[in-house]
Design a protein around this ligand. Structure first.
Ligand SMILES: *Cc1c(COP(=O)(O)O)cnc(C)c1O
Length: 427
C-alpha cells in the first residue's frame, strides 16, 4: 500500500498550514507517521490520493451516519446549489429543519442554527450565564465541547491527544470561571456547588462522552446531576453535538431520560456540511437576540446548502428500524473484537452504545478521563498503524469514538474483524 502522494503533499502542507492540517487530530501526532490525504469517499469507503481504499470508521468524526455521498442527500444538494448558496436573509429551509429538530428533542422548544459545534456550546454558555446571572460553569475532565476559551480547560479529544488540555492563550481569568469535575463522580460535582452555591450558571456535559473515547454514565449519575443543578439553581447544557441523532433520533437525553435546559447539536444535523445548533426551553431561548438582549449572530448561519443536507439526512434517519440496524452491526463488530482479543490474549475494554464504540487497550473498566489516560497508548498506536495498513481507517487517537453508519455492510464488518485478527496476532 503506497502512500507517496500523501507523504509528498504533507511536506508541502506543513509549510503552509500549521502542522499541515486544519484540525489537530487529523495529524498523526499520537500514533506517528503521516496522515493520508483524501481524494474522495463513497458509502463506507474512503479513498486516498494514492488510490488506496479504506473502510471508514471516522465518518468525518460523526456526521456521516448515512455513509458518504448518500444519493438522496447529494441529489437535494445539487438542486439547492442552483438556487443560490447564501442569502443573508431567512429561508423556509431553516424553519423546516427547526421543526424537525424541536420535534425530535422534547426538551427543545426553540432552536438557533450556527456553523459548528464550537459555536453552539459557546453561545449556549453565554445564554446560561445571562439567564442565571452567574459566571461559573462546571464541566467534566476529558469532555470536549469545542475550542472556545472557557471550554478548553482539561478538555478531551485533540487537546487530550496532544497533551495540551489547558491551552496557552486562554486567559487565567477565563479559565478560573471553569470548574472541573470528574465524570461519573457526583461527589466531585456536589463539592463544587457547596464551595460556590450561588455562582454556578450551568453544568455542561456530553450526552454520551466520546471525546475521551466512549465512556458510559453509571446508573444514577445523570439523574443526580439534574437534582444537584435544580437544588443550586444552575442549568444543564447537554452537549449532544456527537450523540444527537447518533445514538437514536432523540439523542442521549432520550436514551437516558434526562431533561436538559439547553441542548447543543452539530455533526449529524449538518449531514456533512457545517452546521451547529443550540436550543432549549422557550423562556431561556427568548432572551436571545433579537427577541432578547443576549447577542449571537452569524453571516452564514442557517446556510441553505447546510439546511438542505440536514433536512434530507434527518428524514432518512426517521426510517423505521434505522437505529436498530446500526446498533446490530456495531454490536457484531464490538463483540467480534472482544472475542478476538480473548483468543489473542490482548487486554481490551470495548465500550459501546448505539453506533459509537471505542477499543481501549486496558484490562480495567473505563469510567472517566483518568481511566482513559491509563490505557496502553503505545499499543493503541501500533494497532492504529497496522489497521490502516490493512485498509481500515480509524480515528488516530485512543481518546476518540469510532462510528458505524448505514453504509457499512456486514461484509465490511467481517473484513474489519479479519484485519483485527491479523493485527492483534502481532501486537
Ligand atoms: C465535535 C464536538 C464539538 C465541537 O464541534 P465542532 O463542529 O468541531 O466545533 C463539541 N462538542 C462535542 C461533544 C463534540 O463531539
Amino acid at each position: 500500500m503506497g502512500r507517496t502522494k500523501s507523504t509528498n503533499i504533507m511536506k508541502k502542507a506543513v509549510t503552509l498550514i500549521p502542522g499541515g492540517v486544519n484540525s489537530p487530530v487529523r495529524a498523526y501526532k499520537a500514533v506517528g507517521g503521516n496522515p493520508i490525504f483524501i481524494k474522495r469517499a463513497k458509502g463506507s469507503k474512503i479513498y486516498d490520493l494514492d488510490g488506496n481504499a479504506y473502510i471508514d470508521y471516522i465518518g468525518s468524526w460523526g456526521p456521516m451516519i448515512l455513509g458518504h455521498g448518500h444519493e438522496k442527500v447529494s441529489a437535494a444538494l445539487k438542486k439547492a446549489i442552483d438556487k443560490g448558496t447564501s442569502f443573508g436573509a431567512p429561508t423556509q429551509l431553516e424553519v423546516e429543519l427547526a421543526k424537525l429538530v424541536t420535534d425530535a428533542f422534547k426538551s427543545m422548544d426553540m432552536v438557533r442554527f450556527v456553523n459548528s459545534g464550537t459555536e453552539a456550546t459557546m453561545s449556549a454558555i453565554r445564554l446560561a450565564r445571562a439567564y442565571t446571572k452567574r459566571d461559573k460553569i462546571i464541566k467534566f475532565e476529558g469532555c470536549y465541547h469545542g475550542h472556545a476559551d472557557s471550554l478548553l480547560v482539561k478538555a478531551g479529544s485533540g487537546a487530550a491527544t496532544l497533551g495540551v488540555p489547558d491551552s496557552p492563550g486562554v486567559p487565567k481569568g477565563v479559565a478560573s470561571d471553569t470548574y472541573n469535575a470528574k465524570y461519573n463522580d457526583l461527589c466531585s460535582v456536589e463539592k463544587l456547588f457547596k464551595k460556590d452555591p450561588k455562582g454556578v450558571a450551568c453544568i455542561i456535559i456530553e450526552g454520551l462522552p466520546g471525546n475521551m473515547g466512549v465512556v458510559k454514565p453509571k446508573a444514577g449519575f445523570l439523574d443526580g446531576l439534574r437534582v444537584l443543578a435544580d437544588k443550586y439553581g444552575a442549568l444543564i447544557i447537554m452537549d449532544e453535538v456527537m450523540s444527537g441523532f447518533r445514538l437514536c433520533y432523540g439523542g442521549a437525553q432520550d436514551v437516558f431520560g434526562i431533561d436538559p435546559d439547553i441542548t447543543c447539536l452539530g455533526k449529524v444535523i449538518g449531514g456533512g456540511l457545517p452546521v451547529g445548533a443550540f436550543g432549549g426551553k422557550r423562556k431561556i431561548m427568548e432572551i436571545l437576540a433579537p427577541s432578547g438582549p443576549v447577542y449571537q449572530a452569524g453571516t452564514l448561519s442557517g446556510n441553505p446548502l447546510a439546511m438542505t443536507a440536514g433536512i434530507e439526512t434527518l428524514k432518512l434517519l426517521k426510517k423505521k428500524g434505522f437505529y436498530e440496524e446500526l446498533t446490530e452491526k456495531t454490536e457484531m463488530l464490538a463483540k467480534g473484537i472482544e472475542a478476538i482479543a480473548d483468543r489473542r490474549k490482548v487486554a481490551v475494554e470495548v465500550t459501546r452504545l448505539g453506533s459509537m464504540f471505542t477499543v481501549f487497550f486496558t484490562d480495567k473498566l473505563v469510567n472517566n478521563y483518568k481511566d482513559a489516560k491509563a490505557c496502553n497508548h503505545e499499543r493503541f498506536a501500533k494497532y492504529f498503524t497496522k489497521m490502516l495498513a490493512n485498509g481500515i481507517f480509524l480515528p488516530p487517537s485512543q481518546y476518540e469514538a469510532n462510528f458505524v453508519g448505514l453504509a457499512h455492510s456486514k461484509n465490511d464488518i467481517k473484513k474489519t474483524l479479519d484485519a483485527v485478527d491479523k493485527v492483534f496476532k502481532g501486537l
